[in-house]
Design a protein around this ligand. Structure first.
Ligand SMILES: [Zn+2]
Ligand SMILES: [Zn+2]
Length: 346
């Protein structure tokens, strides 16, 4: 098969198309003919060598969708022809965390597609069935591929972790990315007022279309005062922190008393100086959010299939364009998600 292989961590140009042996499904696994695979900022961080569990050579991609073409032993309920999409990571399904619905915290099986196990930047991939969700028949492959890590993450972040309520004001940083545009729409659908923060004028239109009430264009990272002004000096009730270390200090300043900051992204993998006093006197809650459960994926697929949330797949390109797609993502040229089409090689 053809696959985009990363042999050395570093620049986007290190992602190269190669011939690789066809994978075969082992116990509990299926073989998937990959029809689409999303390019996520997580893949950029991975490619740079900032995810310690990845070893090169690696095939990246945790946002794959396709059809099962072979089933391994011990895969009850799954058959050739089934339409599937990957969750970002695996879970055992048996431990106390899994049984309480917190699969994304499972320690017994925490393998991540594109890290410990090969991902979807390839014509074919094997996947443990524990890491798969079912794709409705009417959903196009590029949409199916990206729903989990965009809207699924938004469902996990806003609803499960952020416990967002109608009438609250929500600030979203990195709002023009795949997760951001899904989060803007979901927050609106759930009755919140949305303040979207983005780095460039070019992305304002997409954010307006997604339903953002206010768009704050901030390259200089000074959006707290704008957020304060837009809330009559009060601050926001909830912040969805998608950018992470770079925007975090401003996000903290933008919070209303009693606010919840849900941290779901850290694009530059940096650290932050935190003034505990600010957290104390405002009684802020700082909450982490990671990955998506199968229930959240199913809910996300339903929201898209019913037309309640519009998927923002901005471009779909051939597999050989993976390096170029990374380059565009790093240079903030993409609003929404770009998707690779592994059955179109070049
Ligand atoms: Zn992703
Ligand atoms: Zn578990």
């Amino acid at each position: 098969m053809r696959a985009v292989v990363l042999r050395e961590f570093g620049a986007a140009s290190n992602l190269r198309l190669e011939n690789m042996p066809d994978p075969r499904p082992g116990r509990g696994e299926v073989l998937i003919k990959v029809h689409a695979c999303g390019v996520c900022y997580h893949d950029v961080i991975n490619r740079r060598g900032n995810l310690p569990r990845t070893h090169v050579p690696a095939i990246l991609g945790h946002e794959a969708a396709g059809e099962i073409v072979e089933v391994g032993p011990d895969t009850p309920g799954w058959k050739v022809g089934d339409r599937v999409a990957t969750l970002q990571r695996l879970s055992c399904g048996e431990c106390a965390l899994c049984k309480s619905g917190r699969n994304s915290l499972c320690k017994k099986d925490n393998r991540f597609f594109g890290e410990e196990i090969s991902g979807g930047y390839a014509e074919y991939m094997t996947a443990p069935v524990m890491g798969l969700g079912r794709v409705p028949a009417n959903l196009p492959w590029p949409v199916a591929a990206t729903v989990c890590c965009t809207l699924g993450t938004a469902v996990h972040t806003l609803r499960t972790r952020g416990k967002i309520r109608a009438g609250e004001t929500v600030l979203i940083t990195g709002a023009s990315g795949g997760v951001g545009l899904a989060a803007v729409q979901l927050a609106k659908a759930d009755g919140a007022r949305v303040l979207a923060v983005t780095s460039g004028e070019a992305k304002v239109q997409a954010l307006r279309e997604a339903g953002a009430d206010e768009v704050i264009v901030s390259r200089g990272l000074d959006f707290a005062s704008a957020a304060k002004k837009l809330t009559g000096g009060e601050g926001v009730n909830v912040a969805i922190e998608i950018v992470g270390s770079v925007t975090f200090p401003q996000t903290l300043k933008a919070m209303a008393p009693g606010g919840r900051v849900v941290v779901v992204g850290n694009l530059e993998t940096g650290t932050v100086d935190l003034n505990p006093g600010l957290v104390i006197v405002k009684e802020l809650e700082i909450i982490g959010a990671f990955a998506t459960t199968r229930e959240e994926l199913d809910e996300s697929l339903r929201l898209v299939a019913e037309g309640k949330i519009r998927p923002f797949v901005s471009d779909a390109v051939a597999l050989s364009e993976a390096g170029k797609a990374h380059f565009r993502l790093e240079n903030r040229e993409i609003a929404g998600r770009v998707v690779l089409l592994p059955q179109e090689i070049q």
